[in-house]
Design a protein around this ligand. Structure first.
Ligand SMILES: *[C@@H]1O[C@H](CO)[C@@H](O)[C@H](O)[C@H]1NC(C)=O
Ligand SMILES: *[C@@H]1O[C@H](CO)[C@@H](O)[C@H](O)[C@H]1NC(C)=O
Ligand SMILES: *[C@@H]1O[C@H](CO)[C@@H](O)[C@H](O)[C@H]1NC(C)=O
Ligand SMILES: [Zn+2]
Length: 540
């Protein structure tokens, strides 16, 4: 009797069926492994998809800065209480900010935590606690074929952008930072686009606006190496919003800082949002045909300065200018097919800002006055310069100086009508003492009247917010994990943000660290023996 499986046709069918089943199982295993590994960064074995990483920093912005700016905007624009900032809609967690040597970090250690994913000491730029250079996410991504950019409102050689693109023992080595940012590193050039202030450390101190000690003109050198260079609003506009950019681009739009947004003349300086949009358009266009996207750092640098100055009128405008930039970046992410992640956080809080202040011995009323900030139309920094310039006027009588202070500065610029003659006299005394004393006196007049509190001219250790957004379901599933070194939901150590970017892109920071061993990073000459007090004077 014939067995069923003895029939050759049946056997063929059976074999075919088994083969089909095995193929299906194999296919299932491959597919499930692929999708599992793309969810789980620790198991990322497949090549990551094309993606853009947009890392945004609000230097010195603590949670109180948000409350202050939000209430200010609602008051100014007559908005309802549920009309919140764009940032508010994307909060995902908060970050613990201490450095390796202090509970209160500076911007250098704060940015190195993001860029190298490690804790270092206050003042460290892309070096570890033993002063060994550490590979950054920007460098690692550049070596993998991504394009890279830095966009700031302060000096491009300042701590935050420097910690992504340079390696020096102390943040004040800005001449050396500038050289490295233009490519004088064992890695070659790692930055494709620079937009911000800070021409000073690219130009010799023998020409106006220059401050390099070694007489090199890095701008001329960069142009000779085919960087395109823009140094003013007109040239910035010729970039046509990023559509007319030839990379690498060196955009140094001010000798040092770009003015505070409250003082900014839009005919002379672009806003942070304009700079960010231009950079995103340029980088997106330049990576159009690449299988790699770009990394960009965008910093609202001067929220920190307003905190150091204890200037609430300047700070609310800085935060709102950043919020506009954040909105523009979100719109970019929603307009591109490339998987894009936006992370926005602060390196630390500055000023110990609180949105209430007891200004009399009697128990305080529960309020603060945003209209005082609205009435003030310039920063303390701007008014200090204006007063000290006026003071230089030849044959200026004490009476006309006092009248200038009263009418032009206090009434017109600061919008204060309830001043006392003692305050006017104090402004004059402070102007004789020092620029710093004058600055602090003017800002205190606004702070007390608005009942805004400050506890320090330095930094504080309060946790800062983390905001995030992605146009990709895959990336969102990673972002919205709570565990340390996985996603960014909840409370995290600042270095986890660096690790997040490293893991998401699958780059290898250690490989870059190995390549950086021979980079020049120690200070030379007289300042090499700089003492702690000098370093402190540079610690912003
Ligand atoms: C600059 O560009 C020109 C023209 O494309 C090219 O011939 C030259 O080699 C480039 N120089 C450098 C230093 O890259
Ligand atoms: C584009 O940039 C070049 C310089 O790189 C400039 O000469 C030209 O005028 C720009 N075009 C526009 C439309 O601004
Ligand atoms: C703001 O300025 C207006 C117009 O000068 C003035 O009437 C008002 O008192 C000022 N408000 C505050 C809080 O100083
Ligand atoms: Zn900072």
């Amino acid at each position: 009797m014939e067995k069923h499986n003895g029939n050759p046709a049946r056997q063929r069918k059976l074999r075919f069926g088994i083969a089909l089943l095995l193929t299906a199982i194999a296919a299932f295993l491959v597919i499930s492994h692929l999708s599992f590994s793309s969810f789980c960064p620790q198991h990322q074995t497949s090549k990551p998809k094309k993606q853009n990483v947009i890392f945004m920093v609000t230097d010195g912005m603590g949670p109180a800065s948000l409350s202050l700016a939000r209430s200010f905007k609602q008051h100014r624009d007559g908005l309802s209480i549920d009309d919140i900032l764009t940032l508010d809609k994307h909060i995902i967690g908060n970050s613990r900010t201490r450095s390796s040597n202090s509970l209160v970090t500076d911007s250098a250690a704060g940015a190195t935590a993001f860029s190298c994913a490690l804790k270092s000491y206050n003042g460290a730029i892309g070096v570890d606690p033993s002063k060994n250079p550490c590979g950054t996410v920007l460098e690692a991504m550049k070596l993998e074929g991504y394009l890279t950019g830095l966009v700031v409102t302060t000096r491009i050689t300042d701590a935050t952008p420097a910690a992504f693109s340079a390696h020096v023992d102390y943040r004040w080595q800005e001449d050396l930072i500038a050289e490295q940012q233009l490519g004088e590193t064992p890695l070659g050039r790692t930055v494709d686009l620079i937009l911000g202030g800070g021409r000073c450390h690219f130009l010799p101190n023998t020409i106006p606006g220059g401050c390099r000690a070694d007489q090199r003109n890095l701008v001329e050198e960069a142009i000779a190496k085919n960087w395109s260079y823009v140094s003013d609003r007109e040239l910035f506009d010729s970039l046509d919003g990023g559509k007319n950019v030839s990379l690498p681009l060196l955009g140094l739009l001010a000798p040092t800082d770009i003015p505070y947004d409250i003082d900014r003349d839009s005919k002379v300086y672009p806003s942070l949002a304009e700079q960010a949009k231009t950079a995103l358009t340029a980088l997106s266009k330049a990576t159009e045909d690449s299988d790699k996207g770009f990394f960009i750092l965008i910093e609202g640098s001067r929220i920190d300065h307003a905190g150091h100055h204890n200037d609430p009128a300047a700070q609310v405008r800085e935060v709102l200018a950043y919020d506009d930039a954040f909105k523009a970046v979100l719109e970019f992410a929603d307009s591109t097919d490339v998987e894009t992640v936006i992370i926005s956080t602060s390196d630390h809080e500055t000023g110990g800002l609180v949105t209430a202040r007891q200004v009399s011995p009697s128990y305080p009323d529960y309020l603060w006055y945003p209209n005082v900030l609205l009435n003030s139309s310039h920063s303390g920094e701007y008014l200090t310069k204006k007063i000290l310039t006026k003071k230089q006027t030849k044959e200026l009588s004490p009476e006309s100086f006092l009248s200038f202070i009263e009418k032009e500065i206090v009434q017109e610029d600061m919008g204060i009508n309830d001043y006392t003659s003692k305050e006017i006299a104090e402004i004059q005394v402070s102007a004789d003492a020092s620029a710093e004393k004058l600055l602090y006196y003017l800002n205190n007049m606004i702070s007390v009247r608005s009942q805004t509190g400050w506890t320090t001219h330095g930094h504080s250790a309060v946790d800062v917010n983390i905001y995030a957004y992605s146009n990709s379901k895959r990336i969102n599933e990673i972002l919205y994990q709570r565990e340390a070194y996985a996603g960014l939901l909840g409370n995290h150590e600042n270095i986890e943000i660096g690790t997040f970017m490293e893991t998401l892109t699958g780059v290898n920071l250690e490989k870059v660290t190995d390549m950086l061993k021979d980079i020049k990073h120690h200070p030379e000459g007289k300042r090499a023996s700089v003492n702690g007090a000098d370093i402190h004077a540079n610690a912003y």
